[in-house]
Write a protein that binds this ligand. Sequence first.
Ligand code: GLY
Ligand code: MN
Ligand code: MN
Length: 428
Amino acid sequence: MKYLPINNEVFTHNRKNFVSRLKPCSIAIFNANDEFPRSGDQSFLFKQNPDFFYLTGIDQEQSILLLFPDCPNPLYKEVLFLRQTNEHIAVWEGHKYTIEEARVASGITNIYWLNDFDVILHSIINYAEHIYINTNENDRYAHTVPYRDIRLLESLRTKYPLHKYERSALVMRDLRVVKSDTEIMLTKKACEITRDAFVRVLKFLKPGVTEYEIEAELTHEFLRQRATGNAYNPIIASGKNAIVLHYVDNNQVCKDGDVVLFDFGAEYANYNADMSRSVPVNGRFTKRQRDVYNAVLRVMRAATKMIVAGTVLTEYQDEVGRIMTGELIGLGLLNKTDVDKQDPKMPLYKKYFMHGTSHHLGLDVHDFASRYKPFEVGNILTCEPGIYIPEEGLGIRIENNILITARGNVDLMADIPVEADHIEEIMN
Ligand code: GLY
Ligand code: MN
Ligand code: MN
């Protein structure tokens, strides 16, 4: 791992919260993510399962967490199983956690090698009634390949058909959405690294520079500051490329007179930043570009005010849509008469602003949360309105990350240049 060690208190606290919500006499089992083949004998860089990391702080493949707070044998109330390393693994893959290192990282005392998992589980499972398994219940996830937790569920159901199987995801969804001080600190770190990369890129950008050179600049800044890398494939979309919402080709030349839309963020210690900025390639917005830019910025400022405890996502999106509609009329893109006659189920603003304004942010970029639960203190959300005008070859999105507190909210990206004048000043 490139990031600095994290105090294990946060993981101990997370486990305590999790087990306090289990039914009596329950076992919960969490798996590390699978390793995915890339080609030939290579795997993709390992990415830890966010729930597993949240409960353990262990950033290593083939690990299992077993929680059984009512276990009659005190040795097995909280157990971590790790891949046992050997000389061959040490030579080819490098260092793996020792038992002592894993104790320090996780705060878990009882740690065994993975080979012991089946025997230990079998010795205690008949003293439990419920078995909690961690299925991926993110609304946007469709599983096509059975992952570790699903495979475990299938094998346990065969061996122990009369236990009652339960969903850990329902508990995790409520817990993960409220960020602790440590999580906020790590997200702030990801935002700071992202800020530095943006300022670096602003100084680098000029007509003739390619989108991939910009990607290289920002990734360089991420890595030199201990980020694992990009939180998601960075979008460096100049001119009309900005109309493609998930443009990741990043292979075109940035042309004089165009605006380039950046959407990138650093991943630090598995926590993510998610920032968008739209800047003129030559360092000066045209009048029209500035008008569209300022319209998006006004919508972002108005939307940010609504990101407070109690706000409901669907109502919030409708209200942002109304504000955006006013701006689009002001820009001559929509006509008031047409808007008055629009079908409320298909509001006209969606022609120019076709995505949601906000999503939760955390261990996942689109973090695991209920879309129907009102926002709470401790949530971190993005605020990312945009206007995309294909006929003008122009797309503008501005995106900041907002923490909800008991006294309103805090913009975690407040120190990242966003005013058109400020951006021009840095570029010139
Ligand atoms: N970068 C993905 C998003 O803004 O949601
Ligand atoms: Mn983004
Ligand atoms: Mn986003």
